[in-house]
Design a protein around this ligand. Structure first.
Ligand code: F3S
Length: 293
């Protein structure tokens, strides 16, 4: 029987990532049309996809690790994860032009956090420690915020005041629900904002439902991409799952004996990478079953 490959109903690039790439490409084209040497800079990876970032670097994008490294006169792209306002202000003072590609959903999360702090809530942010989006939120409000990545991390935590709960935009809905459920046991008053973005929810639900129908799930996206890792975790609960960045990582033994394979991709994965992965799976399958050529 020929191998059946199914793609998740929702996968790959989200609106926020598309916008960040469009704005960066536009800025790079503007400079090259003026025959200027590129000074378009981003702090950290523009998106969690090495292949896309290295293509933009080839076109002149500079990637630095801290705002202090951005040169006066340069143009700074604020990536879709956002940046603390203090860093943006520091850059403006140095005469750096800002192109703000912060996703609108991340901006909403910043606004809600600020309002909760102003209203006197102890904020609990359900998110990954050390993730750029989470760090930007924490730096923006400084105190009155606690980051928890799992319900277990609530153990021994004490909240003196009323609690405001929010989530990193790419969190798994179930993890958010689990943390909220546990918080209910220790809080008398809570305000809950589900700030998980719709693009994440659609991709997670589509991946979960496809993973129940197939023998193997292939999840494509950056190894550091929070939303891709989340998709892999969700699929792994239902079926054997591999998380890869490109088709080169798929081995013949991964697909051996599989009748149906599902594919999904994180919000930073372009469609051309998804196409190449599917092509590679088909090629490997043909080499296992030469009669199906
Ligand atoms: Fe924005 Fe959601 Fe994408 S927060 S960057 S639309 S995954």
């Amino acid at each position: 029987m020929a191998l059946i490959i199914k793609r998740a109903k929702f996968l790959g690039f989200c609106e926020g990532v598309k916008r960040a790439i469009d704005l960066t490409e536009q800025a790079l084209s503007n400079q090259s049309s003026k025959k200027q040497k590129s000074n378009i800079t981003v702090v950290g990876e523009l998106i969690h996809n090495k292949q896309v970032v290295s293509e933009l670097e080839n076109r002149g994008l500079k990637v630095v690790s801290a705002v202090e490294e951005v040169k006066p006169g340069a143009t700074l792209i604020v990536r879709s994860h956002g940046m603390p306002k203090a860093h943006i202000d520091k850059a403006k003072k140095k005469g750096i032009e800002i192109i703000d590609a912060t996703c609108v959903k991340v901006k909403r999360l910043h606004t809600i956090t600020r309002i909760l702090v102003e209203q006197g809530y102890d904020v609990v942010l359900v998110g990954d420690h050390n993730h750029a989006e989470v760090e930007a939120i924490v730096e923006s409000v400084q105190d009155n915020i606690t980051v928890v990545s799992t319900p277990e991390e609530l153990k021994d935590k004490k909240f003196s005041k009323k609690i405001g709960v929010i989530a990193q935009t790419t969190q798994s809905e179930q993890n958010f629900i689990d943390v909220v459920t546990n918080l209910l046991k220790i809080s008398r008053e809570m305000k809950i904002y589900n700030t998980i973005c719709n693009a994440s929810i659609l991709r997670q639900n589509a991946a979960a439902s496809l993973s129940r129908e197939v023998d193997l799930m292939v999840v494509i996206g950056g190894k550091h991409s929070a939303n891709t890792k989340r998709l892999a975790e969700i699929c792994r609960k239902n079926v054997e799952t591999i998380h890869i960045e490109t088709g080169n990582e798929i081995l013949p033994e991964n697909i051996k004996g599989k009748k149906t394979i599902g594919i999904t991709a994180g919000a930073s994965t372009p469609s051309w990478i998804v196409d190449k992965v599917e092509e590679k799976i088909r090629k490997l399958s043909r080499s296992h079953n030469p009669s199906k050529k």
